[in-house]
Design a protein around this ligand. Sequence first.
Ligand SMILES: C[S@@+](CC[C@H](N)C(=O)[O-])C[C@H]1O[C@@H](n2cnc3c(N)ncnc32)[C@H](O)[C@@H]1O
Length: 322
Amino acid sequence: MLPNVLHPNATDHVPVLADEVRESLALQPGETLVDATFGAGGHAELLAADMRGSGKLIAIDRDPSVRPYFDRVRKRTGLQGRFLRGEFSDVLAQLAGNGVQADAILFDLGVSSMQIDRPERGFSYRTDAPLDMRMDPASDLSARELVNEAGERELTRIFREYGEERYARPIARAIVRRRREQPFERTGELVDVIKAAIPAPARFGDGHPAKRVFQALRIAVNDELGSLEAALPSALEMLRPGGRVAVISFHSLEDRIVKRFLRAQERGCICPPDFPVCVCGHEPELRALSRRPIKPSRGELAANQRASSARLRAAVKSGGED
Ligand SMILES: C[S@@+](CC[C@H](N)C(=O)[O-])C[C@H]1O[C@@H](n2cnc3c(N)ncnc32)[C@H](O)[C@@H]1O
C-alpha cells in the first residue's frame, strides 16, 4: 500500500469489518453519523451510502492530515458535514455538552495505514525515521520523550502491559543503559537495542522483534486507553434513543474497556443484592447487539492482514421503538 496523503485514493486504508459495521449501525437517510476516528473515511463513505446522500456527518480525528480525505468523502457523498480536529474524548464531551445528538457513532481505534506507511511519523519499526508516533503532531509527548525520559520500571510496565512483551524488563534496562551515553533520536536505534536485548532464538519467532514494543509505545504516547475510557460516556450521552454505537478495537485491553462499559450500561436494577425488591428504578441505558465481539470473516482475514486482531462490539441506546 503506497503512502498517499495529499492525493488520497481508494487504496489508502481498507476499512475493517465493513459489512458488520454497516449492519450494526443500520443508518437511514436523514440521520446523523459521528465518525470519531475518521482516518481515510472508508467506513464513513460506506455508511454514507446507506444514508443515500441525505443526513449529517460529523467527522473527528486528531490527525490534521486526514482533512483531504474528509473533503473527498463530503464531495463524493453529498452529505452535510463537519470535520472536527481533536482528541475524540474532548470533542465528544463538547458536542454532548452543546446538546448535539447523533443516531450512530463509530470508533475504529488505533492507527491508520497512512500513518504507519509514512516513515516520518515514526510508527514503523521497518524504516529508520525520527522517533515520534504522535497521532496528533502538535501534542506534547512523543515516543522520543518517553523512551529518553521514562524510568526503567515505567518502560517495563508499558512494554509488558500494552505490548505483552515477554522481555519487557531486559529491553527497558538496555534502553536506559544506552540513553545514558546517547539519547535515542531514531526508530532504527531503538530497533537495534531491542534486538540486542532479547535472546537470539526469540528474535526469530512471533513477528518482528520490535513489533510489541512499538505497539506499546504508540498506545502510551497517544494515551489510547485513557481516551477510549473517557469517550464512551460522552458517546452514550450524545446518542438519541434508539441510536447505535459501534467500536472496533485491535487490542485486548481496548476490548475489555468496551465490554465493561457496555455491561455496566446494560444493567437494570442497581440495588444491593440483599434488597428484597428493587427501589432504585434504574433502567438499562444500552442493549448490546451481541454477547461476544464480532470477528472478521475468513475471507476478510485472507484479504486484509490488518483485520486479524479486530473485534467489533455494538449496542443500541434504550428508549427507541425496538
Ligand atoms: C484505524 S484509523 C480509522 C480508519 C477509518 N475508519 C477508515 O475507514 O478510513 C483510526 C484513526 O483514528 C484516529 N484516532 C485514533 N485515536 C483517536 C483519538 N483518541 N481521538 C481522535 N482521533 C483518533 C487516528 O488518527 C486515525 O486516523
